[in-house]
Ligand binder design. Structure first.
Ligand code: ZN
Length: 198
């Protein structure tokens, strides 16, 4: 995966002295978004802008993970700040870390789906659920990846990790609130019943 256009490197803008922020990054990628197969998942209108942006950065393998920083000679310790076990890479943080796996299992149980996070992108396009449920579940998964990034940052600085149950409840509440605000009047009865059970 590579950028067709690159705006920043190691959290610094390449062509500007302005401070790099998530909001500024989000605006940049919205203008320059490319036609990758995960674009509908990334720019799904139920996603919070900050979740879309951190997901976009993740899909481009551009989080400042310790394995990347170690290769640049910037850090010596490469262990995951959440589980303290394996080397911290993009793949570990989202797919292998015991913390991420626990969060994802809770999300599966709560929303009643079985696909693995590795298969999120194809499932979002072709999964056997109503369109609304695919959009809702896809948005929760994107939000989970954002939360893993945020929790990794917090663990690195404060050595504090939020309980997975709390994170999953927060994600579902946020997406449900966002959805009901926009679409509650056009819900089909099947989807309405599903949402009420969450
Ligand atoms: Zn870990």
């Amino acid at each position: 995966m590579h950028f067709s256009k690159q705006a920043y490197s190691n959290n610094r803008w390449l062509h500007s002295s302005k401070e790099y922020t998530v909001a500024a990054g989000y605006n940049w990628v919205r203008i320059h978004k490319s036609k990758v197969d995960w674009r509908f998942l990334c720019w799904n209108s139920l996603n919070l802008p900050k979740s879309s942006f951190i997901f976009w950065v993740f899909m481009h393998q551009r989080w400042s993970t310790r394995d990347r920083l170690a290769r640049m000679g910037l850090v010596g310790d490469t262990s995951c700040p959440i589980c303290l076990l394996d080397p911290k890479s993009h793949h570990h943080l989202v797919y292998d870390c015991v913390y991420a796996r626990t969060c994802f299992r809770l999300l599966q149980d709560r929303l009643g789906f079985k696909f693995s996070l590795l298969h999120l992108v194809p499932w979002f396009s072709t999964g056997r659920r109503t369109k609304l449920q695919r959009i809702f579940i896809g948005s929760c998964c994107v939000a989970l990846i954002y939360w893993i990034w945020r929790i990794r940052n917090k663990a690195r600085v404060d050595n504090v990790v939020r309980r997975p149950e709390v994170v999953i409840l927060q994600i579902i509440k946020d997406i449900k609130t966002r959805f009901m605000r926009r679409n509650s009047t056009i819900l089909r009865s099947r989807d309405r019943a599903w949402l009420q059970l969450l």
